[in-house]
Write a protein that binds this ligand. Sequence first.
Ligand SMILES: Nc1nc2c(ncn2[C@@H]2O[C@H](COP(=O)(O)OP(=O)(O)OP(=O)(O)O)[C@@H](O)[C@H]2O)c(=O)[nH]1
Ligand SMILES: [Zn+2]
Length: 360
Amino acid sequence: MLFQDQDFPALQSLGFSEALLPALQAAPWHDGARLARLCALHRDQLQLHDTEGTLPARVRPELQRQLAAADQSLAVGDWLLFEVDASGQAWAYAQLPPLNRLCRRNPEGFRQPLVSNVDLALLVMGLDHDFNLARLDRYLVLCHSQALPCLIVLSKADLCADLPARLAPLYGHLAHSHALDVLALNGTAAADSAAALAPWLRPGQTLVLLGSSGAGKSTLANALTQSVSQQTGTVRADDSRGRHTTTARQLLHCPNGACIIDTPGLRALQLDADARQVDAAFDDVQHLSQSCRFRNCRHQGEPGCAVREALPEGRLRSYQKLQREVAREQMGPLERREAVSVWKQRSREARHKLKLKHGD
Ligand SMILES: Nc1nc2c(ncn2[C@@H]2O[C@H](COP(=O)(O)OP(=O)(O)OP(=O)(O)O)[C@@H](O)[C@H]2O)c(=O)[nH]1
Ligand SMILES: [Zn+2]
């Protein structure tokens, strides 16, 4: 086996896990090929990290075609096989099937991978204007749909005058969510935030930082890698909307051997999930709905609704909004056309009734 030529512990320090061994054994090894992790991606230019360091590479057209045919594309965190041609150019020619992959839908409805092969997500949200529970619910569904453990990291705690008052609604909101923990910290105090997160950084593990632009992801990445490799941007004081400073997903290394993938802030996170996955991420709704008076209660004002009674309103609103959204996504073009024609028919009828009522 060619991969045994490479230093296995060194591969583990790049986040290689034993669960990938079967895929590695089944992979199409060419003479002289090597295994590397994709650590940055700019259009068709790849930055790979193998046991000897980083190197630029390109994607073989055959791999590109293969991925396109499977409605897939590469993502930071992928494990790739590459070979170097006579001119010294490195070419990635095969991808190990990822163990997990976070994706979103772009505005045109196409699946867009965010990262692959991650062990823990840090959902970063600022305790300034960035704070938004509905957005957090969305990220929680994203992680849950991939069985990915996640930690909620609230940055900018230093800007918060009354932290306990700020956190109370969050605890109520997320009482039954699957988040492992909630940490509030000041990302600019690098040593303190690295210490707070240290228990979650294990050697060989890959973490991904997710959150909107300006939330403080790169600041945290710097704290954790103890470097200034990630440029951070200033946030306009009036609306605390971040400038987009992280332009590509990047894989970084922590001194203790964990890997971190910093991602550019997402303006919108359109879920790539179905109704069942949304249900599964809202355990609290499922649990409470067993006590609703009606078995098919939709928690929309029916009498005896245990969900409306016990769940914070915002959490239920999130659930219903996400369910509507994924239902729309799941419709095929025919169903969508049918839904539109039903809606048009209804509005014609309503207009007709109105005319009759007003007698004109
Ligand atoms: N006071 C305070 N400022 C912070 C904290 N975390 C981040 N900042 C500041 O917020 C701004 C944005 O932080 P970044 O780390 O660049 O945000 P980001 O999430 O990486 O943003 P993108 O790269 O655009 O996705 C910078 O000016 C940081 O110094 C914090 O905990 N407290
Ligand atoms: Zn109900």
